[in-house]
Design a protein around this ligand. Sequence first.
Ligand code: RFL
Ligand code: PHB
Length: 392
Amino acid sequence: MRTQVGIVGAGPAGLVLSHLLHREGIDSVVLEAHTREYVQERVRAGVLEQNTVDLLSQTGVGARMQHEGLVHHGIELRFQGRGHRIDFRELTGKAITIYAQGEVVKDLIDARLAAGGTLLFEAPVVSLHDFENSSANKSSIRFRKDGSSVELGCDFIAGCDGFHGISRTSIPAGALTEYERTYPFAWLGILAEAPPASEELVYCYHDRGFALLSMRSPKRSRLYLQCHPEELIENWPDERIWQELHTRLARRGWSLTEGPVIQKGITGMRSFVVEPLQYGRLFLAGDAAHIVPPTGAKGLNLAVADVWVLARAIAEFYRSGDRSLLDRYSETCLRRVWKVQRFSWWMTSMLHRFDSDNPFDCRRQLGELDYVTSSRAASQSLAENYVGLPMD
Ligand code: RFL
Ligand code: PHB
């Protein structure tokens, strides 16, 4: 088997890359360890930045998103039992769209298959070869399919295989520097068959910890609670989850709508960046290269921004033989990555309770929330980051 770009992973990063390359006339093969159903049904992100929405729409995979996505022009920050709206339209002229990651993935898989693209599911990659030299063009990827070992020859390898993938760890120790921060809490998330009690997302600071009200459709709520990182989901029967959500999200004249819980799980929180994002002919993109805590709703959007830069650089190389955009891939992406890391860390720090906090820290957090919701400059700073910084 041979292709121009071998892509490891069929998450948002790998699929958007394959789609953008196809539009440039460049051949790729996507290798995914799991089944198609698994990647489509995994419950993950829900908030798309304006940049992501525009990219999907302008490249012909936005029709269902435009029809079914919920366009929001603001969010609510709730603390001390009061709500404060951050008006994105007024502050930035932009909006966000609520459309589940699984739906984005489904639309991309449909588009790639309709265009005759090669996506192999249940095809775990076991090793990457001969990518160290950036001038040779005989890299290869070894993967398993139906019990056999298969080799895919390619010019470039795109490591889009998420945080636990094989691409980043295939790079020799010492060539990469890792920057990391873990947080002393996690999120317990549920998907419920219940109409969302608010039209817009509600980010809530409370003495008992952070809570978030989000949604997937006018009939489905997605809700999160800050919990201990080692918390066991067995300790959280549905009634306890609802009770805690009612307590933290309480606001005068407002009440949360309950409904059957159809999915629940606990997600750890981490900030992580590896530098550089390139080693020879191997390029890392999305969660394989960086992780943000979910409080800024940025992970998927950052993955899309990476592969937009990568597709443009690969296309320029095949068009003119000019490698300069490829050589600048890491530097270009990292400028955005660090700004998004800062925003995600800041939102997380402002809205969560830390074990180490003393009464001073809690008062300081309330002071910050009061400032962010009462100063136009501070609200605008939050808003411009939340809707998405401009693409370079
Ligand atoms: P993915 O989606 O993890 O895809 C990587 C794929 O690679 C496959 N893979 C392999 N395939 C072949 N061979 C191997 N050896 C392989 N090893 C791994 C995996 O099976 C997988 O299919 O990474 P990608 O494409 O970089 O996309 C990143 C996003 O998925 C992630 O950043 C977001 O989901 C993060 N995130 C959010 N992002 C947002 O932009 N907005 C949000 O509202 C948002 N909310 C969230 C989130 C993530 C969450 N969790 C569960 C971590 C909420 C949650 C709860
Ligand atoms: C979600 O709907 O899953 C969601 C929304 C906002 C976030 C994180 C997750 O910040």
